[in-house]
Design a protein around this ligand. Structure first.
Ligand code: HEC
Length: 205
């Protein structure tokens, strides 16, 4: 159902639901526009991966390193870019991860994964959280498995050779369509406005 909704409408929907359900935002020293922007950027990011993956569907050849560069690698790169540009920490987190950098990084993220697992209808939510000693808010957004993902996240034995070679500790296989693949996590530190202003001053000097 959600696939048919344009992303912008979905983002607005998520933001309103979150504001109604989560009065803790009022207590955090964060501008609501930052959160709205994070929600929107994650919708774009998720749509980007779906689009890239579905462009592979129907291809006869096994995905190669080159194909990977065209699907999940750009997602990781964009996450990094969003972090640098906005002063956020944007990550992908999964219980069954392929890249160990994407393993759950604290108790909150483990619980967030469990919450998505138990509530298939839950798309996103946020929490006040302390990350690396810093107070802030963390937005979590689910990632579901689509048919186009199975070329690389399907049965263990049918994984492309480059994945078997490059990720010997791989756990991100044997998924089925509709399974929870993982989530995006965007940490927005408190007082971000001042942080950004200060860093701008520093670069201007
Ligand atoms: C061409 C192969 C390929 C396809 C198709 C593919 N992935 Fe991936 N995916 C990978 C590889 C390789 C990684 C590890 C990336 C890294 O090293 O950061 C990865 C990592 C991920 C991660 C980060 C968590 C982790 O396990 O490291 C998520 C989430 C993810 N993929 C979801 C998806 C979804 C959802 C789809 C379908 C819409 C999809 N992938 C399609 C190859 C693929």
């Amino acid at each position: 159902m959600f696939k048919s909704l344009p992303r912008a409408i979905l983002a607005v929907f998520i933001i309103s639901v979150l504001f109604i359900w989560n009065p803790s935002i009022a207590k955090a020293d964060i501008e609501p526009t930052q959160l709205a922007k994070a929600v929107q950027e994650i919708e774009y990011l998720d749509a980007m991966r779906s689009g890239l993956a579905s462009s592979l569907e129907g291809q006869k050849q096994e995905p190669t390193m080159q194909t990977f560069k065209e699907v999940c690698k750009p997602v990781g790169m964009r996450a990094k870019e969003l972090s640098q540009k906005n002063g956020w920490q944007v990550k992908q987190i999964a219980k069954k991860y392929r890249n160990p950098a994407h393993s759950p990084d604290n108790l909150h993220s483990q619980m967030a994964l469990a919450k998505f697992e138990q509530n298939p209808e839950l798309i996103g939510f946020w929490e006040l959280e302390k990350l690396n000693g810093q107070d802030g808010i963390r937005y979590y957004r689910r990632i579901n498995v689509e048919a186009s993902c199975l070329a690389c996240h399907g049965a263990k034995n049918s994984r492309p050779q480059f994945i078997k070679d490059k990720y010997p500790q791989d756990l991100a296989f044997d998924f089925k369509v509709g399974d929870l693949r993982g989530m995006y996590a965007v940490f927005i530190p408190d007082g971000l406005k001042e942080v950004l202003e200060n860093s701008e001053n520093m670069t201007n000097q």
